[in-house]
Ligand binder design. Sequence first.
Ligand code: OGA
Ligand code: MN
Length: 288
Amino acid sequence: MPELHFEALHPDFGAKVTGLSFTDRLSQEIVSEIQKAIDQYSLLHFPNQKMNDESHMVITRCLGEPEAEHVTYGKTGKIVYFGTVGNVMDDDSKKDGTDPSTLYQKGNELWHSDSSFRKIPSYFSITHAYEVPGEGGETEFASMRSAYARLPREKQEKIENLSCIHDYVFSRSPVAPVNPKHAASLPPVEHKLVRTNPVNGLKNYFVGSHARSVVGWHGVESRKLLDDLLEWSTQPKDVYSHKWAAGDTVVWDNRCLLHRGAGYNADRWRRRMRQTRVAGKVSTLEEP
Ligand code: OGA
Ligand code: MN
């Protein structure tokens, strides 16, 4: 059995993992070890992978049920499992900074947890980089688990039993137009504000750009709490910025991490990454 080697990326979270290739057969032991490592580290970076869509789907299914990509599903009802991140299209053409697809992805430059706007938000995202810009294009990550642990006890208690509305149309309309069918497929949903990892019992709050309001709170107070929590978790010292290299596969835990794109010059550079997501199992309201 291959031996995995872990090297911490940030004092709070993240590990670089070597000793495995996703194009080799993945044993149940290795998959369990990866799963355990995600519960512990929240983000795993596997450098120098020879990935293709087939092996990408294999690792996705090993970790759970693939999630239907919401844009295609919302617009057309078709289920596809891959999303393309960046400005290179399937036909290999490059879009520039003013193209609607590039502008649409500007929404990813706001701190978010992938699919927090779904009734059952996603579990992991699995992203593989094929082509990266020579400059910029980092993805930044922050842990809402370590941010929660750093909160004063009274604040932890104050937010313990709250829930929030997450709303894609709310978060994305100010950035780029949302297709009406896509919008209709994603009604606002309610989530617990504080979630608990079922394996290690560690808690985190769950906010990000899609978090619209705190249920039962007035607008101003509600906005202030969500903004304060977001700011608390994303202070520069608490952020890990991933500088992508072609061949990187990064798996991150959307239950407890926030991330955002740092941006890049799409007129100048090509950026091509492929992403799948592993679906969660239940609504956060049903989580223990
Ligand atoms: C994502 C994402 C930001 C980026 O892949 O889910 O938000 O770096 N990416 O483009
Ligand atoms: Mn994202």
